[in-house]
Design a binder for this molecule. Structure first.
Ligand code: SF4
Length: 359
């Protein structure tokens, strides 16, 4: 394993609402609607139609009987732009009712979304990622660009063209805390006009203090998933080389504070790597950190990636670990990364498409 090679990553500033051209920024969309004469009720109606995919079915009714004329005239261009924010390139079903989607953005960059069982959807928040987790394909490319709130929400709209979406987890490509403004914009929009319950929006982070400061202040408070992966600070610095320098103990303390404030348990993510973080010492560390906490530990055996030196532990070993932790007082769920609800599982479709020249 390589050692840590940087301190905290600096935030890449998101594009401003008045920058042009840019993929749809939620505030610039709202501004355009208002400039076309939309009152708050009209604005809400247009956003709901988009997010809940009612525009095509109800477009004629909407245009005819409710909206002011300048807005009706502006809508075809706005609808076309919204449609172009996220387009389906290919669908890749996996076992267990999941499907990975390769999604093209308006500038031709691609990200991945994953349809999860029971109406879940995993969305990407960045093209690439700066954190550089050693076990993750996305981390290998570095950060290419931020997604806007509109592009994040558009992944939900696209998925809804395939089936219902009731839960959105921000665990796809990218570190949401490094694109905080746009991710929080998307969360607010989905939690208000997108018909998704607040607890069914899951903000995931490797543990950035800025996220802990901002999340409790928003009008929509999402559930929280935190990437733990090890209880050892030095190993964490190696596995997550450009994550903020935060110890596992501090991460859990901040998570617990948020869980108690919101009354939702925190989901701790643990990618199981054979011989790295599956030993008895780590299990003792997990019990010390998480027993008695308002938390669920999601253990996910690593999803093999060619050229990376990690190994996936056997399913029997993973089951034994989960059982042991459960017995010792830590609520533990063993998940299969085929469902991709997992850090580090993303990025392979995009990498394959790039290699094949699809972009
Ligand atoms: Fe980024 Fe998540 Fe991959 Fe880590 S696991 S490099 S945070 S996308």
């Amino acid at each position: 394993l390589a050692g840590p090679d940087a301190d905290n990553v600096r935030l890449v500033p998101p594009p401003r609402a008045d920058d042009a051209p840019h993929p749809m920024h939620i505030e610039s969309l709202r501004r355009r609607l208002r400039a076309a004469g939309a009152m708050p009720l009209h604005e809400q109606r247009v956003l709901r139609d988009w997010l809940q995919r009612r525009s095509r079915d109800a477009g004629r009714r909407r245009a005819d009987d409710f909206l002011p004329k300048p807005l009706r005239e502006a809508l075809p261009a706005i609808d076309a732009e919204l449609d172009g924010l996220a387009r389906l390139v290919s669908t890749h079903p996996t076992d267990g009712g999941s499907a990975r989607l390769l999604v093209a953005l308006a500038d031709g960059q691609t990200v991945e979304s994953v349809l999860l069982p029971r109406g879940g959807l995993c969305v990407s928040s960045q093209v690439g990622c700066a954190v550089g987790c050693q076990f993750c394909m996305t981390g290998r490319s570095g950060l290419i660009r931020q997604l806007t709130g509109g592009e994040i929400a558009a992944q939900v709209v696209l998925a809804r063209s395939l089936r219902a979406v009731k839960k959105v987890v921000f665990m796809g490509m990218g570190e949401p805390a490094h694109n905080l403004d746009h991710v929080l914009d998307a969360i607010e929009l989905l939690g208000t006009e997108g018909n998704i319950g607040h607890k069914s929006l899951v903000f995931s982070t490797v543990g950035d203090r800025r996220a802990f400061e901002r999340l409790p202040l928003g009008p929509v408070k999402p559930a929280l998933a935190l990437s733990l992966h090890t209880t050892k600070p030095a190993l964490r610095d190696i596995l997550l080389p450009r994550a903020p320098r935060i110890t596992p103990a501090e991460l859990v303390a901040l998570g617990e504070q948020y869980a108690r404030a919101t009354h939702y348990p925190v989901q701790y993510q643990w990618t199981l790597l054979e011989g790295i973080n599956d030993g008895e010492d780590e299990l003792d560390g997990i019990v010390d950190l998480l027993r008695g906490k308002f938390a669920v530990l999601n253990m996910i055996p690593w999803n093999s990636i060619p050229d990376l030196q990690f190994r996936r532990p056997s399913w029997e070993r993973a089951r034994e670990i989960a059982r042991t932790l459960h017995r010792r007082g830590v609520l533990t769920k063993l998940r299969d990364s085929a469902g991709q609800e997992v850090d580090g599982g993303c990025g392979q479709l995009r990498a394959r498409a790039l290699a094949a020249g699809e972009k």
